[in-house]
Design a protein around this ligand. Structure first.
Ligand code: NAD
Length: 252
């Protein structure tokens, strides 16, 4: 199967699709033949991403929305409007996420709630709304973007790894619950990936991080997108409940 045919005829939603890994997934899915709805946090960034993707993948069918994903009604309404525009919803990628670095002593309870709202509640909300449509259609695929911190934890900003452990829990549990409806649920757990955050680091620091990774470099958004493409596609028809590490064998 050619990459350009892997998602032919499918409709996908990618949350946090305006930049970084999410943008890489939007681009890859359009190149693979899907119609794609990208969700961002603001109208302005959604418009910028739509303009960029239309120039990079001319002819790709793409739309953009910016629902408050932590609110079930808003998430459901946005997912319904994708179905209205594109006719169905086959694939959901729960990618939108924020990270944290505060020590427990500095960590404000409202910041802990904020990270849970986007990294966990939004995954629940979007999965619940999309699964109802997928069930009616006879199946679908949900891909959650977890992180290597869901395996190792991290030494500060405990809300972030806690949220990604929850993402893995949702992945494994929903795979078991939704299998009978032919809805597959998997996750990709990236290591350090070259998004804006990493690109802003001094090259010397990126090299220091890279030296600790067996493959000797950080990952690229496209490499995470390739894993998401496989899991979203019919090539992964018997794969569900798995957490696929894309981290160059990082051990921390
Ligand atoms: P990024 O900051 O570059 O992009 C985040 C995306 O999420 C953007 O599209 C943004 O619009 C969206 N977003 C942020 N707040 C939002 C909100 N309140 N509502 C809706 N959307 C919102 O991030 P990234 O590095 O591309 O990370 C994407 C995913 O990958 C996250 O879940 C992150 O935890 C995970 N991840 C990233 C890395 C890495 O090194 N970059 C490593 C492991 C896991």
């Amino acid at each position: 199967m050619n990459v350009s045919d892997m998602l032919e005829g499918k409709v996908a939603i990618v949350t946090g699709g305006t930049r970084g890994i999410g943008y890489g997934i939007v681009k890859k899915f359009l190149e693979a033949g899907a119609k794609v709805a990208l969700f961002g946090s603001r109208q302005e960034t959604v418009d910028q991403a739509l303009e960029k993707i239309q120039s990079e993948v001319p002819g790709g069918e793409v739309m953009g929305l910016h629902p408050a994903l932590g609110d079930f009604d808003a998430a459901e309404k946005a997912i319904q409007s994708v179905r209205e525009k594109f006719g169905k919803v086959d694939i959901l990628v729960n990618n939108a996420g924020i990270s944290a670095r505060e020590s427990l002593y500095e960590y404000k309870p409202e910041d802990f709630e904020k990270i849970m709202s986007l990294n966990v509640n939004a995954v629940f909300n979007c999965s619940k709304a999309a699964a109802a449509i997928m069930k009616e259609q006879g199946g679908g695929s949900i891909v959650n973007i977890s992180s290597m911190v869901s395996i190792y934890g991290q030494p500060a900003g405990c809300g972030y790894p806690a949220s990604k452990f929850a993402v893995n829990g949702l992945t494994k549990s929903l795979a078991r619950e939704l299998g009978r409806d032919q809805i597959r649920v998997n996750a990709v757990a990236p290591g350090v990936t070259r998004t804006d955050m990493v690109a802003a680091l001094p090259e010397e620091m990126v090299q220091r991080i890279s030296a600790t990774i067996p493959l000797g470099r950080v990952g690229e958004p496209e490499e995470v997108a390739n894993a998401a493409l496989f899991l979203a596609s019919d090539l992964a028809s018997y794969v569900t409940g798995t957490i696929l590490s894309v981290d160059g064998a990082t051990q921390v």
